[in-house]
Design a protein around this ligand. Structure first.
Ligand SMILES: [Zn+2]
Length: 331
């Protein structure tokens, strides 16, 4: 497969290698330069190949910290097979602590399958989908709410239909062991998980916390989850007696599950994360502090459910996502 990225990583070699994908970037300050996207491989003999990635969105730090720790901690002798780790997938975005790349404004998780001759973000997406994914049977892509959303820590998988969820994806999303394991319909073909589907991988994502912060609790869930996925994908043997959390299995449906700001202003929430709400219930009020006599605009929930995600920043523009819901499913 043609790619402009190069690496000195030897994908056939046993042991631990930690190096860079060299992403060519000719700029005003470096005519023949490259940007180094960190990559690690931990391999021992024959077995499954699995890709763990984070920093797909640069302002989602839980997965990035967790995978850096995993690279240091994991001894090749502990695995059977091959783990490829890309802890800062959209490296320019991750270095800036932004969701998108400051170089080309690229949102990596809206860029798959990418373009080998495109922008930096498009070249990264193309390398992941066309070079790394074809080697793999499983994908864990660790996201969180980033700076503008806060999630109850969740693992997720995209499915074709909630009536007949693919058993492999259902088992994998439960295996992560987050407080919530949710299923969401296909509908976006530009994500890493869509790329994983195109290449036949079992693809699991996460939404761990967010708000541009990390906490001991979310990092613990992230680290235990990564270990659980190593076991689930068959790279390490399950440790007997380790207590795994049973996830609450939920479904995130389409548009009515999401609450968006109908106008700009200052959003006053009338709910908390984790609340159970009803369709038609007032979610909050958009206040107009700059026009103190103007009546606030109420915003309502469009569906029954549990609030698993909310937007912490108070100021909103028309179209900002304020919250989204999930509903329990018995699967
Ligand atoms: Zn993300």
């Amino acid at each position: 497969m043609s790619t402009r990225l190069t690496t000195d990583l030897d994908f056939d070699k046993d042991g631990k290698q930690v190096t860079y994908l060299r992403l060519p970037y000719s700029s005003n300050v470096s005519a023949y330069g490259w940007v180094g996207v960190p990559i690690a491989q931990i391999k021992n003999g024959k077995g499954p190949t699995v890709l763990f990635m984070a920093g797909n969105h640069g302002d989602e730090f839980e997965g990035q910290i967790t995978l850096a720790k995993l690279i240091r901690r994991l001894d090749p002798k502990q695995v059977q097979g091959r783990l490829i780790v890309v802890p800062m997938a959209n490296f320019p975005a991750a270095m800036a602590g932004y969701r998108t790349s400051p170089i080309d404004a690229g949102n990596l998780n809206r860029t798959f399958p990418g373009d080998p001759n495109g922008t930096l973000t498009q070249m990264i997406a193309h390398y992941i989908e066309e070079v790394l994914m074809p080697m793999c049977s499983g994908l864990l892509d660790m996201h969180s709410g980033g700076r503008t959303l806060h999630y109850i820590p969740s693992a997720l998988a995209a499915i074709e239909s909630i009536d007949k969820p693919d058993p492999k994806h259902l088992a994998a999303v439960k295996a992560f062991g987050a407080p919530i394991a949710y299923l969401v319909n296909f509908g976006e073909n530009r994500t890493s998980s869509a790329g994983g589907r195109r290449k036949g991988l079992v693809s699991v994502g996460t939404e761990l916390g967010g708000t541009g912060q990390v906490s001991p609790e979310t990092l613990k869930i992230a680290e235990e989850g990564a270990q659980n996925m190593l076991e689930h994908f068959g790279l390490v043997e399950a440790k007997p007696g380790r207590n795994k959390r049973q996830s609450r299995v939920m479904y995130v449906g389409g548009y009515p599950y999401y609450v968006h700001a109908p106008t700009r202003g200052w959003f006053e929430p009338l709910f908390d994360l984790g609340d159970t709400v009803k369709a038609g219930q007032t979610a909050g009020l958009i206040q107009f502090i700059d026009e103190p006599m103007r009546e606030p605009v109420p915003v309502t929930f469009g569906h029954d459910g549990v609030v698993i995600c909310r937007r912490p920043p108070v100021q909103v523009e028309r179209g900002d996502c304020i919250a989204h819901l999930a509903t329990d499913v018995n699967l």
